[in-house]
Design a protein around this ligand. Structure first.
Ligand SMILES: *Cc1c(COP(=O)(O)O)cnc(C)c1O
Length: 467
């Protein structure tokens, strides 16, 4: 499979390069030149196929020619072996034709594990083949950091630097990043906000000398391999509920548009979807965009679903590219407007194309709390706040098809928010409780590019090897 940039000014690339670089050199995101298709017979067979085998089959066409089928099979099998449920992403029934897809049975109890566990192994494999090393720098507002640490700890060829805003994440989240104890994991507590952390990472990637010197790689949600990994559970859940004979509806709690975009990819690959619903919290840029055709950034409002407190939904650019029929110039212009004035307009035909494939709804804090309580009362199910945002939107959806809401985090990761709604904290699983007995290791650092760059140069093995 070959990949092109959504901004149309970068050379085509293969899977290995797309995997290791993340962002295209022209600032765009990589997209495949064509959609592979999965036949109805294969979709039907997924209902009795182990998760890792479905993951192999979905990923195969995207890395064809670059990763041997047997290697891919082994990598997928190892990636999902550490999950705490034999189905990896089990379905839970909430009501007549209403379901939850639990995506939080990975090592850090967050759905990010589903992609990160595969991504780390793919990267390590490609680096070994090329006899190269890489340095990953990632900013986190909470879940991504822990998931990355768990996925990359101990990797032979990769050093991981995680930047988090000191004092602004939950204790569980911090401990998930600071107690790994592996020599290749470097956790930096930045004296600043999440936006500062993200700006630092952007500034580091904008330094060509550093980029080359330590082979910087990005693992944030724009990395194409993460999208591919997320396509699998749409097929698995839909097949369990009768696909391809029956279409399925999904409602997805959305921030950076990675998770729901994977659902869209599943549909392009042949999975019959009745509806794909974007659920946002009060940071409802996507819901507003679908309504008005204007993508307009406002200030981020902090909520109890912090992983969705996002105004720029990075992966939306991939959809925009597709809706404008692969017109890289149009996407470039829109992104330039966004940078300069914080908004752009989507033209009529492109908006119509988007609305054909997506619906959208949002839930403010009161609606989230109402959905969380109602689900507990009606079905005895305690959801986390991100999931509850989507449950609120799903509650307002009409669907003849089985309606599946994606559950993206374990409630014990957000104990305060859950307790403030239901009056008691969720039970903490043993693996999360154990974090509180371990020693924490992290470096406090100023929100200063020079300081962070020096720290990386001093600690990245990729730099030492070349010195
Ligand atoms: C990352 C995250 C989301 C949002 O996923 P996107 O791919 O960014 O849309 C939702 N819920 C939780 C718990 C997350 O960690």
């Amino acid at each position: 499979m070959r990949y092109v940039s959504t901004r149309g000014r970068a050379a085509e690339a293969g899977f290995g390069d797309v995997l290791l670089t993340g962002l295209a050199p022209d600032g765009g995101l990589y997209v495949p030149v064509s959609w592979p298709s999965i036949t109805p017979q294969r979709i039907a067979a997924f209902s009795s196929t182990p998760y890792a085998d479905v993951a192999t089959e979905i990923a195969a066409p995207f890395c064809e020619g670059e990763i041997e089928p047997e290697t891919l099979r082994r990598i997928c099998s190892e990636a999902y072996a550490g999950f705490r449920h034999p189905a990896v992403t089990p379905l839970v029934q909430l009501g007549t034709n209403r379901w939850l897809l639990e995506l939080f049975h990975g090592p850090t109890y967050a759905f990010k594990d589903l992609a990160m566990q595969l991504l780390s192994r793919l990267m390590d494999h490609v680096l070994a083949e090329r006899d190269e090393r890489a340095t990953i720098v990632v900013a986190t507002s909470g879940d991504t950091g822990g998931s990355a640490v768990e996925a990359f700890r101990g990797a032979d060829r990769i050093d991981l630097f995680v930047l988090f805003p000191n004092g602004r994440i939950s204790e569980v989240q911090r401990r998930q990043m600071t107690t790994a104890g592996d020599a290749n994991v470097h956790t930096l507590a930045v004296d600043g906000s999440f936006d500062d952390c993200q700006a630092l990472v952007k500034a580091l990637f904008a330094k060509p000398a550093l980029r080359d010197e330590v082979s910087l790689a990005a693992v944030n949600s724009i990395n194409w391999a993460r999208i591919v990994a997320q396509v699998t559970y749409y097929f698995v859940a839909a097949a369990a509920l009768g696909a391809p004979a029956r279409a399925t509806a999904f409602c997805v709690p959305t921030g950076n548009f990675g998770d729901i975009y994977a659902g869209h990819v599943a549909s392009r690959m042949g999975l019959p979807l009745e509806q794909l619903a974007i659920a946002t919290n009060s940071n409802d840029i996507l819901a507003r965009t679908l309504e008005s055709g204007r993508y307009e950034v406002r200030d981020v409002v902090p909520t109890t679903s912090p992983s969705m407190d996002i105004q720029i939904s990075s992966n939306f650019e991939r959809l925009l590219w597709e809706a404008s029929k692969g017109d890289g110039e149009a996407v470039s212009t829109a992104m330039e407007r966004l940078k300069q004035s914080g908004a752009f307009d989507i033209d009529g035909p492109a908006l119509a194309a988007i609305k054909q494939d997506f619906t959208a709804g949002s839930a403010d804090e009161a609606a989230m709390a109402e959905a969380l309580s109602r689900t507990l009362d009606d079905a005895g199910y305690l959801a986390d706040p991100h999931t509850a945002v989507a449950l609120s939107v799903a509650g307002r959806m009409r669907s003849e098809a089985p309606l599946v809401t994606l559950a993206t985090a374990h409630p014990a990761k957000f104990p305060d928010a859950v307790e403030s709604v239901v009056g008691y904290p969720p039970e903490r699983p043993a693996a999360l409780a154990a974090l509180f007995d371990r020693e924490e290791l992290f470096t406090e650092i100023a929100a200063d590019v020079g300081a962070v760059e020096r720290h990386i140069m001093d600690h990245a093995r990729a730099a030492r090897m070349e010195a």
